[in-house]
Design a protein around this ligand. Sequence first.
Ligand code: FAD
Ligand code: DLZ
Ligand code: SF4
Length: 512
Amino acid sequence: MAALILVLGDQLTHTLPAISDARKTVDTLLLAEVREEATYVNHHKKKIAFLFSAMRHFAAELKANNYTVSYIKYDDENNQGSLLEQVKLACAKGDFSEVRVTMPGEYRLLKSMQQWEHVLGCPVIFCQDNRFLSTPDEFSAWAEGRKQLRMEFFYRQMRRKHHVLMDGDNPQGGKWNYDAQNREPMPATQQVPKHTTFKTDKITDEVIRLVDDVFSDHFGHLDNFYFAVTRDDALGVLDIFLQERLPHFGKFQDAMVEGQPWLYHSHIAFYLNCGLLTAKEVIMAAEQAYCAGQVPLNSAEGFIRQILGWREYVRGYYWHFMPALKHDNYFNNSRTLPDFYWHGRTNMNCMRQCIKETKDNAYAHHIQRLMVLGNFSLLTELSPQEVQDWYLLVYADAYEWVELPNVAGMILYSDGGNLASKPYVASGSYINKMSNYCKNCGYQVSKKTGPKACPFNYLYWHFIDKHKEKLSNNPRMALIYKTYGRMKNENIDAMKQDAEIFLSKLTHNEEV
Ligand code: FAD
Ligand code: DLZ
Ligand code: SF4
């Protein structure tokens, strides 16, 4: 009997067992552009256009490979608006004995799909997602009985298991981690390679018109659509990255430059997360570039750690801690997101640049997400739920399994330190060291208090002061609390006062 195989928008991988095991003339592969997935948060316009176009191109490839495919466009008259209703309709029209779907990436969808069997009256089979190098069970077994869940140790296990950058039982070069070499700011004279972009074709043009029309109230815009929407083009992005950017990736990984969103990053998370590229092939390609002497070890290791380490780790972390992770709020923060998170108009140049680039590109690199936008979100006590929704909708690579651990665990410390060994907070001097943003700012990074002082400075000490009970026993905060202990009371009071004024302005959406 025939199976109906649902393929989600982030499952565009030919080698997924649900697809490769399908009987081409018997089973039907169903892909559907549905309102429910496009609006459970109001995703960035570019994110929707990218995904719909990639889905349409993927369906065309499946058809060319003689699979039986049913593709439901957003404006098809029989579009039901949700995945369940679309599957229901397909089951009513066809003669299917079972529905198959690859394990979805988000908890909310898994919980919903686990109820489908009752609604549909036929078996719903969950197929394995074989695109990761670890499984959620493997993470849980690793986490069992550990007091601290530090990524670094999970990463070492993954290096050994997959024999990546290993020299027998030891790490290549003698060290597991070369981060100490990976913190250089960008010299003004550095010529960054051109961003890899693609011309839109007929399919993408049609999708762009659709998104412009139907999702006009969503964040962002569709100008300068730059994405690869096929596996071949995504492989092209990877190839150029390996040649032009990876050699400098390590050294400049943490740098930020005004007007330069792309720098030496790979810009492949969109493709990895929707399935056009696989983690294994990317890791092997980077290792190969190192073995061939084309890139230094600190770059290859730094890059591989992000994928074999962080990406695998956050996925395991997500499934291990859901659903509690979504509701954690260690510091009991509740401030509403200021309006400028949407329009980007603020006198703080670092925030202005990062929000503008996010709006333009549905992309910001890691340090912008972490040490500017994330740092500000924690220091200003924003509601974790609102920050989570924002990160989930503004970035084209965002799916909850990867966004939530980064937001709740890494930037907001809402899980109380399960993921991060200390909160990622910093004063303006960090941003000034790693970027050139402060030169064009309405505030002065050297000033600690007063109307012209950089808000990150007084907000930082306000945070340290306010949370001393929760944080001062953390050995990784010892140095900071030692400095705090030596500060004059009047200086602390002045910073606390400025912070309170600033926070009150944010609450009332006044210009900052
Ligand atoms: P590169 O800098 O070139 O890194 C290479 C790859 O490593 C990335 O493509 C990605 O697959 C992986 N990677 C790097 N850091 C992480 C990380 N912390 N967690 C998981 N994978 C990582 N990444 C997402 O893919 N989706 C998200 O929704 C997302 N949300 C984030 C939210 C916050 C608050 C923070 C601090 C980070 C977030 N990240 C997210 C991680 C990281 O910022 C992005 O993966 C990266 O910026 C994507 O750009 P790139 O492909 O150029 O990455
Ligand atoms: C993100 C997204 C969007 C915007 N639209 C669709 C869609 O119309 N159809 C679909 O199958 N998937 C879409 N997705 C991806 C899903 O939201 C994603 O599969 C789940 O969040 C699980 O990770
Ligand atoms: Fe950002 Fe402060 Fe520098 Fe302005 S002075 S760019 S607010 S860190």
